[in-house]
Design a protein around this ligand. Structure first.
Ligand code: 1CP
Length: 350
C-alpha cells in the first residue's frame, strides 16, 4: 500500500519553494550532506561496504538523519546511490572506495542489455522499509528521494566506471543510436520506478541526478538524453511530489532540463542564479548554487557569497539553497551548520 508523504511536509518551506509558493525563509539542504564530511558517518560506516550500507534500513535511516540533526537543514536526502537499483536487479557492480561505481561487464552490445531487467518494488524492499522508517522519524521535515538519470547511469555502465571524457559513451550514442536508445529506455524505466518506490513510501520530493549531462551539446542532450529523462520524471508525475532536475556544467541545458518534466531546476556554480532565472523564465523554481570549494574560504568571503545567492534567489519564483555540487569530504561540517543558519537568518520573511 502506498504511504503518501505526511501532509505537514506539504507545508514545509522546501516543498512550498519547489511549488513556487511563499515561504517563511529560504529552505536549504546540501547535496552529499550525508557522508564522509561527518565523523558520525565515518563511525557508523566503519568496516561496512558502501553498497551493503545502502541495503540496511537501520543504517540508511541513521545516516540520512545525521546531517538533519547536526545542521538543521530543511530536508533529508535519502542515503543511497544512483547505482543501487542497478545492483538490485542483478548488475554485477561495486562501489570501490576512492573510485566510485565499477561495473564488471560493461554494456557495449545488444546482448549486454540482458543485464537490465525492469525494476519492480520487490527488487528494493529495503528502500521502501528505510523510507517508511525515515518518514516516521522526520515528522514535518521532508525527505527527498532520488535516482540517477539515464545518461549518467549509462555513462557508468558503458565506460565500466567513472569517466572524465565519456568517450565510449559518446561513441555508442553516435555510433549506434538504436542501441543507445534501447539502453536508455531500460534505464528510464529503472530510474522512474526507483523514484516511484521512494515517493510511494513517503518521500515528499524527488531529485533526478544527471550529474554528467553537462558533457553533452544542447543538440545531443535534446535528441539522446532528455527524452529518456522525461520518461523517468514522468513516472512520478501523478504522485504530487515536486521534481528537482540537477546536472553539473548544464548552463546551456537549463531550459531543456526544466522542460523534461521538473518543477525545480538545479543550477551549478558556473551560472549565476540571475542568469539561470533569465534562461528559465517564471515557470521553474531553482536550486543552488554555492561553489562547494568556497566552504574552504575565509568566513567573510563565504558569508558575502551566501548572502548574494540568497538575494539572487529572490528573482526566482522559488529558491532552494544548495551547493552547485556535492559536499567535499574534507570540509569542516561546522561551516555547513553556519551556512544553514546564515541562509535562514538572512532570508527570514517573518
Ligand atoms: O564509502 C563512501 O562513503 C562512498 C562515497 C559515496 C557516498 C557517500 C558514494 C560513492 N555514494 C554516496 C552516497 C550518495 N551518492 C548519495 C546520498 C548522500 C547525500 O547526498 O547526502 C547520493 C545522492 C549519491 C548520488 C550519486 N552517486 C551521484 C549523483 C550526485 C553527484 O554527486 O553528482 C553520482 C554521480 C554517484 C556515483 C558515485 N557514487 C560514489 C561516488 C564516489 C560516485 C562518483 C564517482 C565519479 O566521480 O564518477
Amino acid at each position: 500500500m502506498p504511504t503518501p508523504a505526511p501532509p505537514s511536509t506539504r507545508q514545509s518551506d522546501l516543498v512550498r519553494a519547489a511549488r513556487r509558493e511563499s515561504v517563511t525563509r529560504t529552505p536549504v539542504w546540501f547535496m552529499r550532506q550525508a557522508g564522509r564530511s561527518l565523523p558520525e558517518y565515518r563511525a557508523v560506516r566503519e568496516g561496512i561496504p558502501m553498497l551493503e550500507s545502502c541495503m540496511r534500513p537501520d543504517l540508511v535511516t541513521e545516516i540520512t538523519l545525521q546531517p538533519v540533526r547536526r545542521h538543521g537543514v530543511d530536508a533529508a536526502i535519502f542515503f543511497s546511490d544512483i547505482v543501487v537499483p542497478l545492483k538490485a536487479i542483478g548488475v554485477d557492480l561495486d562501489i570501490v572506495p576512492g573510485v566510485g561505481p565499477v561495473v564488471a561487464r560493461p554494456i557495449r552490445s545488444a546482448a549486454d542489455l540482458d543485464q537490465l531487467v525492469p525494476l519492480t518494488p520487490q527488487h528494493v524492499p529495503f528502500v521502501t522499509e528505510a523510507v517508511q522508517q525515515l518518514v516516521r522519524e522526520l515528522g514535518d521535515i521532508p525527505l527527498i528521494g532520488f535516482a540517477g538519470a539515464p545518461f549518467t547511469l549509462a555513462s557508468y555502465l558503458v565506460e565500466g566506471g567513472p569517466s572524465k571524457n565519456h568517450e565510449k559513451t559518446k561513441a555508442l550514442m553516435h555510433g549506434d543510436p538504436g542501441l543507445w536508445d534501447a539502453l536508455c529506455a531500460r534505464l528510464a524505466q529503472i530510474s522512474g520506478e526507483f523514484l516511484r518506490v521512494q515517493a510511494q513510501a513517503g518521500a515528499s520530493a524527488v531529485q533526478l541526478f544527471d550529474s554528467w549531462a553537462g558533457a553533452l551539446s544542447r543538440a545531443d542532450y535534446a535528441a539522446r538524453a532528455m527524452p529518456h529523462s522525461a520518461v523517468a520524471l514522468g513516472a512520478v508525475a501523478d504522485l504530487d511530489v515536486p521534481r528537482i532536475h540537477f546536472g553539473v556544467g548544464t548552463g546551456e541545458l537549463l531550459a531543456l532540463m526544466g522542460q523534461a518534466g521538473a518543477e525545480v531546476v538545479g543550477v551549478d556554480y558556473r551560472v549565476s542564479l540571475t542568469d539561470a532565472v533569465e534562461r528559465l523564465g517564471p515557470t521553474y523554481a531553482v536550486q543552488g548554487n554555492l561553489d562547494p570549494a568556497l566552504l574552504f574560504a575565509p568566513w567573510d568571503v563565504l558569508e558575502r557569497r551566501v548572502r548574494e545567492i540568497v538575494e539572487e534567489g529572490r528573482l526566482a519564483p522559488g529558491h532552494i539553497f544548495n551547493l552547485g555540487h556535492g559536499v567535499l569530504p574534507s570540509v569542516d561540517p561546522d561551516v555547513l551548520t553556519r551556512v544553514t543558519e546564515l541562509v535562514h537568518e538572512c532570508s527570514s520573511r517573518r
